[in-house]
Design a binder for this molecule. Structure first.
Ligand code: FAD
Ligand code: N01
Length: 527
């Protein structure tokens, strides 16, 4: 049976960097990955139009200056094939594949207190041991697959955006349905509308989308390459982990004439920085409504049919309390005569049928149905494994919501680290910034243990309790918990509703976690 210093689960951006960092320090580290290649998110989500919503210049690793200089992004927001190529390039450049087992899923982790090691069981019937385990299993890696009645009756093709066929799908001229209007649905809809015969979108909740203004970035990239250290330094200490300068004056105190120009400026720049126009957008519903109204006015300007524009305009949750979408012509798609929208609040999906979907009174016929229904976010991949210490499992412990100290460890489960775990900034930020920070923090902790001749690290329950309270209290100071979002676990039937990420921002979080490390890992028990 193999034994490792560290076993890493997942070969997405987190797992790749974790492996590279540990190997660089002489640790015997090994990665187990369910997919057949590296890339994680960008390996699985190959649907048409998939691309990042953080600019590629920043949605990329910063740990190697040569890598930064040699890699050339072709677009402001790279598409999935380019992001996957980048992950593959990193794996090859740093010779990572030799320490990765592909096509294998970790099913169970069992802690052995006597040997202070995890025993790791995989779906091929094998097992290994490791002193430490790093779960780099992804925040958005377990698809949510709603149990639509009659799903198996449909005789046409069904595809989930989260596991799109690698060989692609020919949609040209076909009658296609898309269910779901989050980021995945929106990108798919925008990309396929020009090629399909007819497109019918089933919408439960409309999204707020800001323009990407995507395009080639030759000059921008050249300029960025000259100042990468400065860009990265800003990102590491910023709230969101990317180049976004938040407005200082609250909207409710701003000169009335200054509000629209500020929104216009950010709209014209494009991207997710829109919600940082004024600092009270995420804390005061009155300010939030002004921002939401602005986006709704933009939707009305883009969509010719004003009744349709209203259906596409979110009104049931504060803007930015769900991750906003970054679009490349989404709303304009609805001006095409072959595209229609079904609001399933008015015409509920009763069932899938042999030929399509029965919604309201109407039986719609399709050749292909695309399901873009999201993920069991943040806790899904961790709870999918049986993580056991004696008679306790992590899943049981988290039955009423995840409990972690700093999103890095959970009390009762020693030597198990999570990259971008719940109660860390992760999904609220440029994830590459958060991933790199967590990997570096974990690597430094493991180095410290080794240097001190220590073999065991565990979060102290009281410190964990305080951290959970802090993250909940901070979230409650904002409007974020008001949306039925995946941040809240609200998209999964039966999942406890609790706001999972840390809203205090990347920079503040870093100060806290750095302080904890400097104070000899205060709040962790080292033995
Ligand atoms: P993942 O990329 O999810 O990788 C985790 C890996 O672990 C997967 O390959 C999975 O197969 C493997 N795994 C999980 N469980 C097991 C197991 N039990 N056994 C073996 N292997 C396992 N974030 C941004 O900041 N900006 C963006 O623009 C952005 N765009 C996104 C677009 C899409 C379509 C999605 C779904 C997410 C996006 N995200 C974005 C979030 C994205 O998930 C992160 O940016 C980042 O790619 C996560 O990397 P990761 O390595 O932590 O996790
Ligand atoms: O998932 P989602 P996603 N019946 O949960 C609907 C990242 N990402 O894959 O809102 C009918 O946002 C659901 O409706 P509602 C990004 O962080 C980034 O799109 O729950 N409809 C919603 O409309 C993002 O936030 C990019 O009412 C059902 C949709 O399906 C995260 O991943 C691209 C339903 C799911 O939207 C998740 O995005 C893609 C049901 N039973 C993903 N169940 C970038 O642009 C769900 N829905 C970078």
């Amino acid at each position: 049976m193999s034994d490792h210093d560290v076993l890493v689960i997942g070969a997405g951006f987190s797992g790749l960097y974790q492996l590279h960092s540990l190997r660089g320090l002489g640790f015997d580290a090994h990665v187990i990955e369910a997919g057949d290649d590296v890339g994680g998110t960008w390996y699985w989500n190959r649907y048409p139009g998939a691309r990042c919503d953080i600019e590629s210049i920043e949605y990329s690793y910063s740990f190697d200056a040569d890598l930064e200089q040699e890699w050339n992004w072709s677009e402001r927001y790279a598409a999935q094939p380019e992001l996957l190529s980048y992950a593959r390039h990193v794996a090859d450049r740093f010779d990572l594949r030799k320490d990765i087992t592909f096509g294998t899923r970790v099913q169970k982790l069992e802690w052995d207190e006597v040997t202070t090691r995890w025993r790791v069981f995989t779906n091929d019937g094998a097992s290994r041991t490791a002193r430490h385990v790093v779960a780099a299993t992804g925040c958005l890696s377990v698809p949510s697959r709603p149990d639509f009645a009659g799903l198996d009756d449909f005789r046409g093709e069904i595809h989930w955006t989260s596991s799109w066929p690698h060989e692609g799908v020919d949609l040209s001229g076909k009658r296609v349905a898309v269910v779901g209007t989050g980021s995945s649905g929106l990108q798919t809809i925008t990309a396929i509308a020009p090629v399909v015969g007819e497109l019918t979108v089933f919408q439960r909740t409309p999204c707020f989308a800001v323009p990407a203004h995507n395009g080639p970035i030759v000059k921008r990239l050249a300029a960025a390459k000259k100042r990468y250290p400065e860009i990265r330094q800003h990102n590491r200490t910023s709230p969101d982990g990317f180049q976004c300068h938040g407005g200082a004056v609250p909207l409710l105190e701003a000169e009335p004439g200054a509000i629209q120009p500020e929104f216009d400026k950010r709209w014209d720049e494009g991207g997710l920085c829109f919600d940082r126009s004024f600092p009270d957008i995420l804390t005061d519903i009155r300010a939030n409504e002004v921002a939401a109204d602005y986006v709704r006015s933009r939707i009305r300007a883009k969509v010719q049919d004003q009744e349709l524009a209203e259906k596409l305009s979110p009104r049931s949750y504060p803007i930015a309390s769900k991750r906003m979408c970054v679009d490349t012509g989404y709303y304009e798609v609805y001006n095409q005569s072959n595209v229609s929208l079904i609001d399933i609040n008015e015409q509920p999906i009763h069932r899938f049928t042999e030929h399509g979907i029965l919604a309201g009174e109407t039986a719609h016929e399709f050749d292909v149905i695309v399901l873009a229904t999201g993920f069991d976010a943040m806790t899904g991949a961790l709870n999918a494994m049986e993580i056991r210490n004696g008679d306790k499992t992590l899943k049981d412990k988290w039955a009423h919501g995840p409990r972690t100290y700093l999103g890095l460890m959970s009390a009762g489960f020693p030597n198990l680290f999570t990259v971008c775990g719940p109660q860390s900034p992760s999904v609220l930020s440029n994830m590459l910034t958060s991933i790199e920070y967590h990997v570096e923090w974990i690597t430094a902790a493991l180095q410290h243990l080794r240097d001190q001749g220590l073999t065991r690290m565990e979060a102290v329950p009281e410190n964990e309790d305080n951290w959970v309270d802090t993250t909940n209290d901070l979230a409650d100071l904002t409007l974020m918990p008001r949306a039925a979002s995946w941040y809240m676990g609200a998209n999964i039937p039966g999942k406890q509703r609790v706001f999972m990420p840390f809203v205090g921002g990347v920079g503040l979080y870093r100060q806290i976690a750095d302080g904890v490390a400097v104070a000899r890992y205060h709040g962790f028990e080292l033995a």
